[in-house]
Design a protein around this ligand. Structure first.
Ligand SMILES: *Cc1c(COP(=O)(O)O)cnc(C)c1O
Length: 440
C-alpha cells in the first residue's frame, strides 16, 4: 500500500521526490544531511525573502507609504538573517544587547531597529544608544527615566514608544499571551497606567514620544483579535489627543500572526488580515478625528517558522511492551525545547520513507538525560523505521535555534540556508572545543 503524505506537507516549500525522499525548497533532505551532518537546521532562504516581500506589499496596499514591517528577530537571530532583513528593506525588533550586537555585526542600519524588553538595564540602554538604535519601546517608568537620563548625558533626544497592554485575551497559550492586563509586559490601558506613563513620557526633555505599541501574543489565528487591539489602541490615541494635545504619529500593532505546525492548525491569510486592519484603521481614525498613524507590524514566527526544518538521525527504536515505542534521535530539547516548554505540536516525518505506510505510533525523544526531553508524542512512522533513518521535524525556523542550549554539553547544530538550489552555512556547527572556549 502506498501511503501518501500530502496532508502533512503543510507548507508549499515541502515536496517528495521520486526516491520517496522529503525535499525542502526542492532540495533532497538526504543529500543535505550527508553533506552537513545531523542534527541539522535547514532554512529556506527563498521562502524567508518571499515572506518579507509579501508583508511589505500587503502593508503598502493597506496603508500606503506610512507603514513598516519589523522582523521580530528573537524568532531567529544570527548575522545572516539580519543581512536578509537589510537587503529586503525590513525593520527589525531586538530585545537585548546581544541581538543588537549581532545586527550591528551584520551591517544592519540600526536607525531602523526597535528595542524591546520589559527590563532594560542602564548598561543595555547605553549599549543600544552606542549602536544608534532608532526607537526604544519602553515598558516601565523607571526605564523611561533611565533612558531620559542617558540621552541627556549624551546631549541627544531619543525616540521612544510606550508598550501598552490593551487588556484582551488573544485565545492562545498562556505562556505566549502578552496582551492581558495581568502581564509583566507593558502599561495597562484599562488600569490607567498607560495614561500615567504617557504623561510622564510627555514631560521628559530628552526623549521624543513617537507613539504606542501593543503585542497581544503569539500564534493568533483570529483576525478579529488584531482588530480589537487596533480599536483599543486608536481610542487611546484619541483620548491622549483630547486630554494632552499629543497626537501619536506611530502605532505599532506587534506580531503574533499564526503559523500552522500541523495539518490540524488553521491557516491565517496574512495579507488579507492586514488589508482588513488597514480598512479598519482608516475608518476608525477618521471617525475619531485623528490622523492615521504610521502603522508598524512586528512578525517573527510568520517570517521564519515554516522556512525551517530540523533533520535528525534515528539511534534506537525501543518498544516498552504494553506501553509505547520510543524513537530516539541525536538531538532533542537542546535544539528544540518547545514541546518540553509548552507542549507545542510539530509534524515529524520519515524523510527517507515518505511513500511507506505509517503504522507505528511512537514518541520521538531526544538524547538528553531528562525524561521530559520529548520532541513529540504519538508520531505516526513506518514500521521499518530503524537506526540510521532520518526524521524531519517541520516548522522549526522560529524559536528553535534562538532557544537552543548546550545542556548535557551537546553542541548546537549548524544553520544551513537554501537558496535557488544552493546551500550555504549561515551558522557553523559548534565543536567540542567551542564548548570549553569559555572555561578558564
Ligand atoms: C515575540 C514578539 C513579537 C513576534 O511575535 P511572533 O509571534 O513571533 O510574530 C513581536 N513583538 C514583540 C514585542 C514580541 O515580544
Amino acid at each position: 500500500m502506498i501511503m501518501r503524505y500530502e496532508n502533512d506537507l503543510i507548507c508549499e516549500n515541502l515536496s517528495v521526490n521520486n526516491a520517496g525522499h522529503l525535499c525542502l525548497g526542492g532540495q533532497d533532505v538526504e543529500v543535505l544531511a550527508k553533506r552537513f551532518g545531523t542534527p541539522l537546521y535547514l532554512m529556506d532562504e527563498d521562502h524567508i525573502r518571499a515572506r518579507c516581500r509579501a508583508y511589505l506589499s500587503a502593508v503598502k496596499d493597506a496603508f500606503g507609504g506610512r507603514c513598516r514591517v519589523l522582523y521580530a528577530s528573537k524568532a531567529a537571530s544570527y548575522k545572516y538573517i539580519y543581512e536578509i532583513m537589510r537587503e529586503e528593506g525590513m525593520g527589525i525588533d531586538v530585545v537585548s544587547p546581544g541581538e543588537i550586537h549581532t545586527a550591528v555585526c551584520a551591517g544592519y542600519p540600526m536607525e531602523n531597529a526597535f528595542f524591546h524588553s520589559n527590563n532594560k538595564s542602564d548598561d543595555d540602554i547605553r549599549a543600544a544608544m552606542d549602536a544608534g538604535v532608532g526607537y526604544f519601546v519602553s515598558d516601565s517608568s523607571e526605564e523611561l527615566l533611565a533612558i531620559d537620563r542617558e540621552a541627556a548625558a549624551r546631549g541627544i533626544r531619543q525616540n521612544i514608544l510606550l508598550r501598552l497592554t490593551p487588556g484582551i485575551d488573544p485565545h492562545t497559550f498562556e505562556a505566549v499571551a502578552t496582551g492581558k492586563v495581568d502581564s509583566k509586559f507593558g502599561f495597562g490601558i484599562p488600569t490607567g497606567e498607560a495614561e500615567k506613563a504617557t504623561k510622564l513620557a510627555l514631560s521628559l526633555k530628552n526623549t521624543v514620544l513617537c507613539g504606542f505599541h501593543s503585542h497581544i501574543g503569539s500564534q493568533v489565528f483570529e483576525p478579529d483579535i488584531f482588530l480589537r487591539a487596533a480599536d483599543i489602541m486608536l481610542r487611546f490615541i484619541a483620548l491622549v489627543k483630547s486630554k494632552y494635545g499629543f497626537e501619536a504619529p506611530m502605532l505599532n500593532l506587534g506580531g503574533g500572526f499564526g503559523v500552522p505546525y500541523t495539518a490540524k492548525n488553521p491557516k491565517l491569510d496574512i495579507p488579507k488580515t492586514i488589508g482588513e486592519i488597514g480598512t479598519f484603521v482608516g475608518h476608525l481614525s477618521d471617525e475619531l478625528g485623528i490622523k492615521r498613524p504610521e502603522i508598524c507590524f512586528e512578525p517573527g514566527r510568520s517570517i521564519v517558522a515554516d522556512a525551517g526544518m530540523t533533520v535528525y538521525t534515528v539511534g534506537s527504536v525501543k518498544e516498552v511492551p504494553g506501553y509505547r515505542t520510543y524513537v530516539s534521535v541525536n538531538g532533542g530539547m537542546t535544539d528544540n525545547i518547545r514541546y518540553a516548554l509548552y507542549g507545542s505540536a510539530y509534524t515529524i516525518l520519515p524523510a527517507l520513507k515518505m511513500n511507506e505506510a505509517r503504522e507505528l505510533t511512537a514518541d520521538v525523544v531526544g538524547r538528553c538525560c531528562e525524561s521530559g526531553d520529548i520532541l513529540q508524542k504519538n508520531v505516526l512512522l513506518p514500521r521499518s523505521i530503524a537506526r540510521g533513518d532520518l526524521l524531519a521535524c517541520l516548522t522549526t525556523g522560529a524559536y528553535n535555534y534562538s532557544m537552543a542550549s548546550n545542556y548535557n554539553r551537546v553542541p548546537r547544530p549548524p544553520v544551513v540556508m537554501l537558496h535557488g538550489g544552493e546551500a550555504t552555512v549561515a551558522v557553523r556547527r559548534e565543536t567540542w572545543d567551542d564548548l570549553v572556549a569559555l572555561d578558564l
